[in-house]
Design a protein around this ligand. Structure first.
Ligand code: PHE
Length: 339
């Protein structure tokens, strides 16, 4: 029996000495002290000895087990320390690599969004933000777009659950505000919107700024004056604004708004496809039905609304041919907007 103990201890010590990772050490532990390890088998073999010898043999085996355990624990601790040191060394960050840190820049979309918002704030608009995860009710129904209305086709919608979607426009903020605030209302709502559409001029996520004015005696002229002020400060003093008839279920009448081309000043160039005009946004007089849906007296109040695409304005302003450049975030592109 003693020979057997000795043999086990000797091979154990050898194998432990050869183990040079905690992983290998664990394997040694299993081989000797695991469920069917050598020492465990010794313990199981006790029953084959005469009863009077069993206590003594049992004690010896336990002593052996404790000894091996202690040795393993000691070596495990040492190896763990080594492995940690190796890991820390290999993952060391060379903080001296760049001697002069590069300052970031404001993203062009944020820049243009802020510029437009600030211009409108100087005209007395308050700024509002709302949820990007929206209900079917606010995104469509409150805006006079019932279920199965063909106008839903224009806005390839990402649905999340029945009745819940990623807002396709910032217009739901019109309804959200009118429900809780009595006129006079003069607000803008900038934010991200989502549509399942992607090419050089469409992105599945982009930014809009919604504008809404509701009060007594608001007319289409107020809309035109507001947009003219905005366009002339955003582009140049001689920018002209043109309305073309259009259709949105939540405005009546509805218009597409064109500006004289900022590239050629209206003479005709490749940017404006020779027309001298560039379409920039949709707008109109708030449909009385929408006012009523939100509890606003449409006999007393009228309003105008507009919705512009921030990326579109930025593309025109900076002559950017592909919307995807805004999201790739190539620093060579972004640095060009450094003020
Ligand atoms: N929400 C419309 C769109 O995304 C734009 C719009 C806003 C039109 C407000 C009229 C009034 O296409």
């Amino acid at each position: 029996m003693t020979d057997k103990f000795l043999a086990i201890e000797t091979t154990f010590l050898q194998e432990m000495a050869n183990a040079n990772s905690t992983q290998q050490l664990q394997e040694v532990k299993v081989k000797y002290l695991g469920k069917s390890g050598e020492v465990t088998l010794l313990l199981r073999g006790i029953k084959d000895y005469p009863a009077e010898q069993r206590p003594e043999i049992g004690n010896k085996i336990n002593e052996l087990r404790k000894k091996l355990e202690a040795l393993l624990d000691e070596k495990t601790a040492a190896l763990q320390q080594n492995e940690l040191t190796a890991k820390l060394n290999s993952q060391r960050v060379d903080v001296s690599l760049t001697s002069s840190p590069q300052a970031g820049t404001i993203h062009p979309i944020t820049m243009v969004k802020n510029e437009i918002s600030n211009l409108l704030v100087t005209m007395g608009f308050e700024v509002l933000e709302g949820p990007e995860i929206e209900t079917d009710y606010y995104n469509f129904q409150a805006l006079n777009i019932p279920q199965d209305h063909p106008a839903r086709d224009m806005q390839d919608t990402f649905y999340i659950a029945p009745g819940i979607l990623l807002r396709t426009q910032t217009s739901p903020m019109q309804a959200r505000l009118m429900e809780v605030k009595k006129p006079p209302i003069k607000m803008i709502a900038p934010g991200k919107v989502y549509r399942s559409d992607s090419d050089a001029s469409h992105s599945p996520v982009f930014n809009q700024i919604e504008g809404l004015v509701v009060d007594e005696n608001i007319t289409l002229c107020d809309l035109k004056g507001t947009l003219e002020y905005l366009a002339q400060n955003l582009f140049s003093k001689d920018t002209k604004v043109r309305f073309r008839p259009s259709y949105f279920p939540f405005t009546e009448p509805s218009v597409e708004v064109d500006l004289t081309c900022s590239n050629c000043g209206g003479k005709g160039c490749s940017l404006c496809k020779g027309t001298g005009w560039i379409e920039v946004l949709g707008a109109g007089m708030v449909n009385p039905q929408v006012l009523e849906n939100c509890g606003v007296d449409s006999q007393r109040y009228t309003g105008f609304a507009f919705g512009l695409g921030v990326e579109r304005i930025a593309m025109i302003k900076y002559g950017i041919p592909d919307i995807r450049l805004f999201y790739e975030n190539d620093v060579r592109f972004l640095r060009q907007f450094k003020k």
